[in-house]
Design a binder for this molecule. Structure first.
Ligand SMILES: Nc1ncnc2c1ncn2[C@@H]1O[C@H](COP(=O)(O)OP(=O)(O)OP(=O)(O)O)[C@@H](O)[C@H]1O
Length: 397
């Protein structure tokens, strides 16, 4: 989460805590004002950061605060309808309410049958082979694996190179559910006790797999944030980690009857300790795209662009060594946006309201050069060296 989002979240949390205290003391008017301020801060947070995975949780808080404001405004003493479990604050500090934690967890995870295919993941052929061997084959023919097979797979490497896509494509290949969880959000104070979140999550994955008899792939993104430096109020990182390890042991020991796989993803594998790594017996590096992959990435994006003959995937791929796949996508998008911008500006300045008469101009290689000049790769050379050092010591495919 960005520091601006964190700061805003802090403001909302402060008002909410104040509201709950005032509410508890029977200070109705102050409580209403503080609940309203908490709502305002949360609404702003949701508007400014629409992609934040915690937004569903914030919305739920807003709903509860609004409900409480209307109770306070409408009943003579404002207090008769409450009990401890449905106090508005119970879900913020949800340390004792399993039900709230469970609904929060369900809100923040996406359980879906994904429609990403292997073909859409460009390059990374060795990684796809490793995932086929570790997940796809055992899921399709478990009886062949008399010695068992690994359930925990770690994907590590720079951001934006396909870790999430690969996990989703694997789930799609075995026609399974894909549960995508952001570990940093799971540790957030808004979701209460992180230790319970972890067990709830595994419980839900196992349950879905058993009840519906489908394999489940659980992707835990930013898994390093489970293991330290979190904002967990109780400072319970060790307990969270132990809970996670226990759950992983449960998954690893279940034999061929359990079709639940845990893919952990991280950009900072060096933050993971051995107790953790031991449970992830496959550890696979997802590198920056090679020259060949960059050519394929550009070819794929260029095929959807209106361009002139100066634009050529092989030449562009040479220009952007060190960039990630998502950098490449962003560059192509940004080039397209700049010509679309021109399209609308020229239509407006010529007073031409009929957009069908204006022509979108072709993208040229110069458009790309300008955009690339303004945009640095999102990963630096120092980090790549760190990955390669870590790979020497810990990779396992
Ligand atoms: N190998 C790839 N082939 C095609 N597109 C890719 C590939 N890798 C990344 N992309 C593009 O970049 C976007 C981000 O990729 P993805 O989320 O899989 O990266 P990630 O490695 O999981 O990043 P992070 O570490 O930030 O979570 C994808 O939605 C896709 O558009």
């Amino acid at each position: 989460m960005s520091s601006a989002a964190l700061a805003l979240e802090g403001v909302a949390g402060k008002f909410a805590a104040e509201a709950i205290r005032q509410d508890g003391q029977g200070d109705r008017n102050s409580a209403i004002t503080s609940y309203q301020r908490a709502i305002d801060a949360l609404v702003k947070l949701i508007q400014l950061f629409p992609d934040n995975t915690l937004n569903a949780v914030y919305e739920q808080h807003c709903y509860q605060y609004k409900k409480r404001i209307s109770e306070l405004q409408n009943s003579p003493d404002g207090y008769h309808s409450q009990n401890d479990n449905n106090q508005p604050g119970a879900s913020i500090h949800a340390s004792s309410s399993n039900q709230t934690i469970s609904s929060n967890i369900e809100n923040m995870i996406i359980k879906e049958k994904p429609n990403v295919s292997w073909k859409e993941v460009i390059g990374l052929e060795e990684v796809k082979t490793a995932l086929r061997e570790s997940i796809v084959y055992p899921a399709k023919k478990p009886e062949l694996f008399t010695l068992g097979w690994p359930r925990g797979i770690l994907l590590y490497g720079p951001p934006g190179c396909g870790k999430t896509m690969l996990a989703a494509a694997t789930a799609s290949e075995i026609n399974g559910y894909f549960i995508n969880v952001d570990a940093a959000s799971m540790m957030s104070k808004w979701l209460g006790d992180a230790e319970k979140n972890v067990s709830q999550l595994f419980h839900m994955a196992r349950d879905s797999s058993k009840k519906e008899n489908v394999p489940v792939i659980m992707l835990i993104d930013e898994v390093d944030s489970l293991l330290g430096n979190s904002q967990n109020e109780n400072g319970g990182e060790i307990r969270v980690k132990n809970q996670f390890l226990t759950e992983m042991d449960g998954v690893n020991d279940k034999g061929k009857n359990l079709q639940t796989y845990v893919i952990a993803a991280t950009n900072k594998p060096w933050k993971l300790d051995w107790a953790f790594l031991r449970r992830f017996s496959k550890r696979i590096y997802i590198p920056l795209p090679s020259l060949e992959t960059r050519v394929s990435l550009f070819s794929s994006y260029l095929s959807k662009l209106k361009k002139d003959s100066s634009v050529n995937a092989a030449q562009l791929a040479q220009l952007i060594e060190g960039y990630s796949a998502s950098d490449i996508r962003d560059i192509c998008q940004s080039v397209q946006l700049s010509v679309i911008d021109e399209f609308f500006s020229s239509a407006e300045s010529s007073g031409n309201k009929d957009l069908t008469r204006v022509q979108l101009r072709d993208v040229t290689i110069d458009d790309f050069r300008k955009t690339i000049k303004k945009r640095r790769p999102s990963v630096n050379a120092g980090m790549i060296e760190e990955y390669s050092n870590w790979t020497k010591d810990f990779s396992a495919t």
